[in-house]
Design a protein around this ligand. Sequence first.
Ligand SMILES: Nc1ncnc2c1ncn2[C@@H]1O[C@H](COP(=O)(O)OP(=O)(O)OP(=O)(O)O)[C@@H](O)[C@H]1O
Ligand SMILES: [Mg+2]
Length: 379
Amino acid sequence: MFIDRAGQGEALAAVEGGPAAADPLAAGLAVGAPAALAALVGESAAMAGVRAALAQVAPTEAPVLLTGPSGSGKELAARAVHALSPRAEGPFIALNCGAVPRELLESELFGHERGAFTGAQSVRVGRFEAAEGGTLFLDEIGDMPLDAQTRLLRVLQSGEFTTVGGADARRADVRVVSATNKHLAALVGDGRFREDLFYRLAVVPIHLPPLRERREDVPELARLFLERAPAHGLPRRRLAADAETVLQRHDWPGNVRELENLMRRLAALARDDVLDAAVVEAALAGAAPAGPPAPMPGETLAQAFDRHLAALFARHGAALPPDGLWDRLMEELEPVALARALDATAGNQLRAARLLGFNRNTLRKKLNERGVDPHRPLE
Ligand SMILES: Nc1ncnc2c1ncn2[C@@H]1O[C@H](COP(=O)(O)OP(=O)(O)OP(=O)(O)O)[C@@H](O)[C@H]1O
Ligand SMILES: [Mg+2]
């Protein structure tokens, strides 16, 4: 079983073993694997250390616990572990433990039989089964309720699971990578997280530091996100040297995700191709950078939308924006509506779901999909 093949001491020693084995090519990994590491951009010593640790632990079966604040790159790191592992050809299945209603979490994890509980009208394949031969990414593991923790621990100990309502034990051929932005050890101290499970999951802990602790990574990341803007249907822009200095001074409470969003916003809204310090400062201060016409008083939503689309098409001149426009529009619009509805209902998800006309599970699914944190501070 996956835990036992790589004991704690062994795996930790591997990570601390120095950079010699950090070269994935030298380690004989699959073609394409180095790309997974290179996706984690940043020349800081901290990021180099993260990449080395990921490269060394990935080929083992050891469970990895990724810690770090929101937007620091935990999911990207989890994908790198998978891509660099012998399981790379198998599935990578993610489950956000904080986004699933507690009463459904076990059935999400292990699946259920028909009639296992009220509402279980058909058989459901759980994430453990879906991840067979691959990697199961348990995100926001700190939000897992205690009863589900107990069940997960049993599975990790025995290497077998049973579906909810099922009798037969099935082998769990899964490598578990988990992530949390909480201080798990503190949750253990408070009795909210099982200590034994913590040690099982955190055989190899890897920490993604907040961006403000690796400011030297900021310019390269900013340039990367600007280079990617055209793939999102946005114009190509570049940063003036003084703008990079402004970005480096910012504290980035939302970490890399905040930087990515800012760069997209600037790519979309700035007037000039070169982003200077003033434009970046204005964007950081929350002021709309100069560019598109301000909303007209009395404008309807349809008119505003049309104005936005007209500007988008105009930016592409004779060419068309990349295909998949509808999904990109929804990707931009849905989080706005979700966040507004949560703010308007003081974070009451049941009420927000009713307001939007969804049931609560649909709301949770959408929040998860769109990366809207229902517990984020209200505006
Ligand atoms: N080092 C990096 N290089 C390039 N892109 C990065 C890096 N770190 C994060 N990103 C990008 O920033 C965004 C946020 O990263 P990710 O989703 O991995 O963060 P997270 O730690 O899982 O956040 P959360 O806790 O909010 O789920 C993603 O779009 C990711 O691709
Ligand atoms: Mg994440």
